[in-house]
Design a protein around this ligand. Sequence first.
Ligand SMILES: NC(=O)C1=CN([C@@H]2O[C@H](COP(=O)(O)OP(=O)(O)OC[C@H]3O[C@@H](n4cnc5c(N)ncnc54)[C@H](OP(=O)(O)O)[C@@H]3O)[C@@H](O)[C@H]2O)C=CC1
Ligand SMILES: O=C(O)C1=N[C@H](C(=O)O)C[C@H](O)C1
Length: 267
Amino acid sequence: MIKVAVMGAGGRMGKALIQAINEDPQTVLAAGIVEPTSSLVGVDLGELAGVGKLGVMASGSVEEALEAFDVLIDFTTIETTLANAQLCAANGKQLIVGTTGLNDEQKALLAAAGEKTPIVFAPNMSVGVNLCFKLLEMAAAALGDDYDVEIVEAHHRHKVDAPSGTALGMGEAVAKALGRDLKEVAVYGREGHTGARDSKTIGFATMRVGDVVGDHTVVFGTEGERVEITHKASSRMTFAKGAVRACKWLQTKPAGLYSMQDVLNLN
Ligand SMILES: NC(=O)C1=CN([C@@H]2O[C@H](COP(=O)(O)OP(=O)(O)OC[C@H]3O[C@@H](n4cnc5c(N)ncnc54)[C@H](OP(=O)(O)O)[C@@H]3O)[C@@H](O)[C@H]2O)C=CC1
Ligand SMILES: O=C(O)C1=N[C@H](C(=O)O)C[C@H](O)C1
């Protein structure tokens, strides 16, 4: 059995992860960490996640839980994730990171930790989105420069980063297939007298509304037609199950920074 700990156990993804770990016959919930000042410290993690008592209580410190787990799953905040990457690297623990919004410097810190311990890092752990990344590469390569590219995403009202990590990943996949650098061609929203569209740009539009779990559409448009590739998540269990799949895949891997494309053999 793979002993798995969940960082941010009281969060939206934390609860889904507890459920997914509990449902998988190859994984066991070894620990769940909440903020040290949280009223959830000492609460049964199964009850917290709505799956009934599991007999594992929420801990206020990842250091305290260190001996209990083989792999830590972290869907939290950038600061917490980077601190955990260092901790896992120093203590030989495997790490799955779903946290989004990291800049290049922060990604480099994760890569440095990946030199010491196996890490899977992906902005979206659902199989469907990772298949879309592949479809997008094919579509961009086939359609080429004649088609404008726009990316639209919608998420729940609590989301703190924009555009989503997934939308940025989709933009990167398309830009790479078209031989462009996303940093040079990305346009994040439009307002006022913008002038006509620059054909090389990749536009992003973001919606934050209600309880949307995660919708992404990439539109390729030219005179006479549009091609749209859409993914809609209706439950966080799709991300949580992907993270558990990554845990199992990572067991036989040496130190390195891996993606969900690696896990799903889509590379
Ligand atoms: N890769 C993927 O497939 C997916 C990625 N995500 C990403 O995952 C991240 C989390 O999303 P979501 O679950 O919706 O966010 P939530 O805010 O619901 O959950 C984050 C949790 O982390 C906790 N937390 C943060 N720092 C610490 C710490 N130092 N110690 C203990 N607990 C801590 C927070 O506790 P508190 O509130 O008490 O501070 C909170 O409960 C986001 O970056 C999101 O974009 C989301 C879904 C899928
Ligand atoms: O914050 C979320 O909820 C999600 N975040 C990820 C992202 O930023 O792409 C993945 C998913 O869409 C849900």
